[in-house]
Design a protein around this ligand. Structure first.
Ligand SMILES: Nc1nc2c(c(=O)[nH]1)N[C@H]1C(S)=C(S)[C@@H](COP(=O)(O)OP(=O)(O)OC[C@H]3O[C@@H](n4cnc5c(=O)[nH]c(N)nc54)[C@H](O)[C@@H]3O)O[C@H]1N2
Ligand SMILES: Nc1nc2c(c(=O)[nH]1)N[C@H]1C(S)=C(S)[C@@H](COP(=O)(O)OP(=O)(O)OC[C@H]3O[C@@H](n4cnc5c(=O)[nH]c(N)nc54)[C@H](O)[C@@H]3O)O[C@H]1N2
Ligand code: SF4
Ligand SMILES: [Mo]
Length: 768
């Protein structure tokens, strides 16, 4: 009989590997397939921060399963999380330290690489000053690694020209919160999605980019017994728009006028929460004077949203027992990103939606540890949301960590775009890039490439051979997710533990080890900064002391407690030993002088680079669920690559007609800065006439060749979402030709300008 079975199946079921064993996730499973162990950890992709288990076999990660007990995702994961193990042993991983010789990388000892880089950094700094070395980091390292890196850059290398890709991402939210609350720190939490009566998603395509948040919206019915009203504000009918009860196809970059307009209507109708405003906010009277410039008719002209709908949305929002706004890159990535964030906070303050279940303004973060970097990163502030300009803050930090006070910089150095400009000017000579890939992700690529060529040394610390790594002189090959232990903090301030489950790939080292060991090549720095540190937890212990008493207080956390509770939301201290779901609840002061949130008014203004006869369409850029950023990780995963192998352009049927193309054809795009070829057409009504959308993930269709060097003056965040472009098809190579008078009608931009003139001319209403 057994022989028969063997013949039939082609194997001997009595062989050990086919024996069935018990597995906590698979139940009965062939021994060959069963992981040796499951390690509890956290996803390393996006800011949702899902809990998961990594299945390990023969020292390799072989499965990922959602953690059923984790409060963020309750066992579910999106396609990226589910396949995350597949990137860990990809052939594009960097095997260790490498030096480029005659145009080719050679693997060398870590000591040799550290020596080469430290010698060069010292030489450059001796010749051109300390600040001629700059560092660009990321929102994707563990907090322990960031903290260590930031401390080394600022106090070891003594350069404050230090920033990260977070400036391309969350900087506007940070600056907006600072304007409104006196400090960074998202006030809300995911639970709010389950408690809100009205949820307004502004420039946030959660269906693609934060899919697990939908779970919390779905729970709303369970919690309240009723579905919430979902409003989606996006010029493009994204997948998220399919979830909407009210979809608002707003004209690009007019959100600030839209929110100001809602505030006007709420004031005009007397729908505001007067008690809340009086007791818990400052700056209302001044704000109301200014808001008079945004009556509904004008706002309808600017935004393309009709007056009736504006009233309806204002009524719903103000009338709800709890309403929340959540936003992402459609808001942040704009030349008026910071002020739009403050406008969203204004709306929350006016309607009393702060610090209560379901009522919050909530920035959704992008990268897995975007929050950790904001709090501990030492880029735009001293760790623990301390201010460079404050002598007291500098002294306090220096005393806690035991360094001379004079070593702490008195001002923020250059932000990311300023670093690039300083390289252009020859002021910065050496650049160390950590866990980011600007040669795909930074705007105005031709200009960037030219700038980087001017460097005397480019060092790239990455886990993969990225586009930027290829250009480097020296590579520090880093261990990645699943190969190291530490914490990520998600959008709702929840600090999660990510654990080492497998050995490092080849000779790669964790970012923590790289920084600590590199510091030993700088006289006295290791002793001063990292004496006795041997593991990430040593950095975490210092970070707890540094953050104690601050808004982002981690002092009550331990790795064990974090793991036990499925993450902990800061502040976590003696008073709140299990963390704090929301900030600014009744009785909690803000960190500005007044101790209360402030109304901050700002005017909307038209686009700097508007459409014209040569570039008559607006290009919008963003993401898709299958790919992550510059694809160094998702590009190695077959199923994700098969689903989204190349960039496409979403094109309205009217524009497709003008170009004489159909879905599947290939076209080119050009802007004043460059050209991108071979982009496959998807004809769709998701985008309106005169606007197109292309994902930015692909180096084969490098859309950032087209985007502009235009930044929010407060946050330095790039204006990625609107670029004037022309399209070129085989049949219509010169593209869409509009006459001057047609330009004025396209997208209603001319209308926008005349509307703003009218607004500015209008007499302000003096008294409230
Ligand atoms: N699958 C996947 N998930 C990710 C990422 C990824 O690369 N892939 N990246 C992560 C990171 S770092 C980030 S920052 C987040 C980003 O998450 P999202 O912000 O959701 O991503 P985007 O696609 O860049 O942009 C969101 C939406 O903004 C809209 N938009 C464009 N212009 C405007 C405008 O003027 N007004 C308004 N209201 N909306 C506008 C776009 O049409 C788009 O649908 O995603 C995170 N999650
Ligand atoms: N046009 C346009 N451009 C955009 C955007 C847009 O919407 N439109 N969005 C912007 C936004 S929001 C963001 S966040 C950026 C993202 O842009 P990038 O930061 O450039 O994107 P990533 O591909 O995530 O780069 C992270 C790098 O870190 C490496 N890495 C992964 N794990 C580790 C590790 O553990 N250690 C080290 N040392 N390296 C590691 C990866 O291989 C990768 O090269 O793109 C921005 N660019
Ligand atoms: S939603 Fe974000 S954190 Fe959750 S599995 Fe997907 S990529 Fe990972
Ligand atoms: Mo981001």
């Amino acid at each position: 009989m057994l022989n028969k079975i063997k013949e039939f199946f082609g194997f001997d079921i009595k062989e050990e590997k086919y024996l069935l064993v018990d597995d906590p996730f698979f139940g009965k499973v062939a021994k060959e397939k069963a992981p040796d162990k499951w390690v509890r950890s956290t996803c390393g992709y996006c800011g949702v921060g899902c809990g998961l288990y990594i299945g390990v076999k023969n020292s390799d990660p072989v499965y990922v399963k959602g953690d059923p007990d984790h409060p963020v995702n309750r066992g579910t994961l999106c396609p990226k999380g589910l396949s995350e193990h597949e990137m860990v042993r990809a052939p594009s991983r960097l095997p260790g330290a490498m030096i480029k010789r005659d145009g080719k990388f050679e693997q060398v000892s870590w000591d040799e690489a550290f020596k080469k880089v430290s010698d060069k950094f010292k030489e450059v700094q001796a010749k051109y000053g300390k600040r001629s070395v700059a560092v660009i980091s990321t929102g994707q390292l563990l907090t322990e690694e960031f903290y260590t890196l930031g401390k080394f850059v600022q106090l070891g290398l003594e350069t404050n020209n230090y920033d990260g890709n977070t400036t391309l991402c969350m900087a506007s939210a940070v600056m907006g919160y600072k304007q409104s609350f006196g400090s960074d720190g998202p006030p809300g939490c995911y639970e709010d999605f389950s408690h809100a009566e009205v949820i307004m998603l502004i420039g946030a395509n959660i269906a693609d980019n934060h899919p697990i948040l939908k779970l919390h919206i779905a729970r709303n019915k369970q919690v309240r017994g009723k579905k919430p009203t979902i409003i989606v504000v996006d010029p493009r009918h994204s997948k998220t728009a399919n979830m909407a009860d009210i979809y608002l196809p707003i004209k690009p970059r007019t959100d600030l006028a839209f929110i100001n307009g809602l505030c006007y209507i709420i004031w005009e109708q007397g729908w505001m929460d007067e008690k809340f405003i009086k007791e818990r906010t400052v700056g209302y009277r001044e704000f109301i004077k200014n808001i008079q410039k945004y009556p509904p008719q004008e706002v309808a002209h600017i935004t393309g949203i009709d007056v009736k709908t504006l009233y309806e949305v204002a009524r719903l929002y103000a009338g709800a027992r709890a309403a929340m706004s959540a936003w992402t890159m459609g808001v942040n990535q704009s030349a008026m990103g910071t002020d739009t964030v403050s406008a969203i906070v204004n709306l929350a303050l006016m309607t009393g939606n702060l610090g209560k279940p379901g009522g919050s303004p909530m920035s959704i973060t992008g990268q897995c540890n975007a929050m950790g970097t904001r709090e501990s990163g030492f880029t735009s502030s001293i760790p623990g949301y301390r201010n460079f300009a404050s002598a007291e803050d500098r002294r306090e930090y220096a005393n806690i960590v035991g360094v001379p006070e004079e070593l702490v910089p008195t001002a923020r150095g250059y932000a990311y775009p300023q670093i690039i400009e300083a390289i252009e000017k020859g002021e910065i000579k050496a650049l160390w890039v950590v866990a980011t890939n600007p040669l795909v992700s930074y705007p105005d690529q031709n200009r960037l490439r030219k700038a980087l060529e001017k460097l005397e040394i480019l060092v790239v610390q990455d886990s993969f051979m990225s586009d930027t790594a290829e250009l480097a002189d020296v590579l520090f090959g880093a261990a990645t997710w699943s190969e190291k232990t530490g914490t990520y903090t998600n959008s709702e301030r929840r600090c999660n533990l990510a654990k080492k489950s497998v050995p490092n790939y080849k000779d790669s080292k964790s970012d923590f080890e790289i920084v600590v060991e590199f510091s030993k090549h700088f006289e006295g720095k290791y002793e001063l900064l990292f004496n006795g540190w041997s593991k990430p937890e040593d950095a975490f212990e210092e970070w707890k002391r540094v953050s104690k008493g601050r808004l982002c207080d981690y002092s009550g956390m331990t790795y064990e407690k974090i793991e036990k509770l499925g993450g902990i939301q800061w502040p976590c201290n003696e008073e709140h030993p299990e963390g704090t779901p929301r900030l600014y609840y009744e009785g909690m002061k803000t960190r500005n002088e007044e101790g209360k949130p402030k109304f901050v008014f700002a005017d909307w203004f038209p686009m700097e680079e508007n459409i014209c006869t040569s570039f008559p369409l607006i290009l919008n850029t963003g993401r898709t669920v299958e790919q992550f950023h510059t694809r160094t990780k998702t590009g190695t995963i077959k199923i994700l690559e098969d689903l989204a192998p190349e960039a496409w352009i979403e094109l309205n049927s009217k524009d497709a007609e003008k170009l004489q193309v159909k879905s599947g054809d290939r076209i080119s795009l050009s802007s004043p800065r460059g050209k991108v070829d071979n982009v496959v057409v998807r004809v769709t009504e998701a985008v309106r006439e005169g606007t197109v959308f292309v994902p930015f993930h692909f180096n084969t269709q490098l859309v950032n060749t087209l985007t502009q060097s235009l930044f929010d003056p407060k946050s330095y965040e790039p204006n990625y979402k609107q670029t004037a472009v022309q399209l070129h098809s085989e049949k219509v190579p010169d593209g869409i030709k509009l006459k001057e008078e047609e330009i004025s009608g396209a997208l209603g931009y001319q209308e926008q300008e005349s509307a703003i003139e009218k607004i500015l001319d209008k007499e302000r209403v003096g008294s409230v």
